[in-house]
Design a protein around this ligand. Sequence first.
Ligand code: A3P
Length: 285
Amino acid sequence: MTERTYFTYKGIPLPTMGYSEESLSYMENEFQLLDDDVVTVSYPKSGTNWMLEILGLIWHDGDPSWVQSVLMSDRSPWIETADGLNVALNYPPPRFLTTHLPFQLFPKSFLHSKCKIIYVMRNPKDVLVSHYHFAKFFQPLEEPGTMEEFVEKFLNGNVIYGSWFDHVKGWMKMNRPNVFFISYEELHQDLRGSVKRICYFLGKELDSHQLDEVVKYASFQIMKDNKMSNFSQIPEEYMNHKKGKFMRKGICGDWKNHLTVAQSEHFDHVYQEKMQGVGVTFPWD
Ligand code: A3P
């Protein structure tokens, strides 16, 4: 029987399954980021795996063989999980790494490293809805309860990785040339243009045909059919495949189908309060 419980590490709720204080502390204090690492950072359900697929395709000049033959968890390990840390430590450079850690728990070695960070963000209402559905079948997560209950949990930061607001605000302070910010909404609006911007950040040149191939193989439908990326290979112990699919809808604005007018207004109110003074206009504002 799976334990769907959380523990708190330095104030951040995390699943008991797959995480430990030892690996989190090692990650924060001892893990060495290398100058040629590319680290995808996000709050959960923001389009992380989409970015990982895009990066894998860019790195191989639009050729899908790598992303279609190697599991996502081996291509881009989740460094704060015990399993992911193990993969990362045995990964020959250059490494693609992934994390949902808030900035304050990210490896301290970052401050002396030239590694490249790609921070992906998404309309928090869509993040909430995506998380709500994911929590129903991803066994390490607590049952979400009703939408009404989950909205409160989300707004109070009583979900894995804590508050969305703190996560985004914490990372947005990292105004450095080796940190690149992009949103799920931008990827949707203009995937080709976004891929070009990512290539520029990575210092990678792709010709027009290669760009087209990246766009093609990173599409929702092709990724949904890619067994290496669609989570279908995750053991039942972790994921109840009968109850839901990781590649769910992949759209912007699905929150409109799930939140009541009152829930949405309440969300807006908290959002305005928490994001006051950030001084950035997001694509969903
Ligand atoms: P939905 O649940 O709204 O469908 P993460 O990787 O951070 O867990 O984010 C998961 C969300 O990204 C899911 O959103 C998933 O469907 C969406 N997603 C994954 N790959 C995508 C793609 N190629 N195009 C669009 N959305 C994608």
